[in-house]
Design a protein around this ligand. Structure first.
Ligand SMILES: [Cu+2]
Length: 71
């Protein structure tokens, strides 16, 4: 089942940062759709919860050098 989530991610400064996040997440199994906005500090993701879990998504974003803010 595809779920969607919008994460608050800080540290993205430009289109290059956005592409970096989008490319890294898109390369993972189970990610259906990703978009990132450095202006809004958001990363919107549609993912198959049976193939990938949220902690893997969060780790991938932090490994790329950006901070995921969890409320
Ligand atoms: Cu940048």
């Amino acid at each position: 089942m595809v779920e969607s989530i919008v994460l608050t991610v800080t540290g993205m400064k430009c289109g290059g940062c956005e592409s970096n996040v989008v490319e890294k997440l898109s390369s993972l199994e189970g990610i259906a759709q990703v978009s990132a906005s450095s202006k809004e500090n958001t990363v919107s993701i549609e993912f198959d919860a049976e193939k990938i879990d949220l902690s893997t998504i969060q780790r991938t974003i932090s490994d790329a050098g950006f901070a995921v803010n969890l409320e």
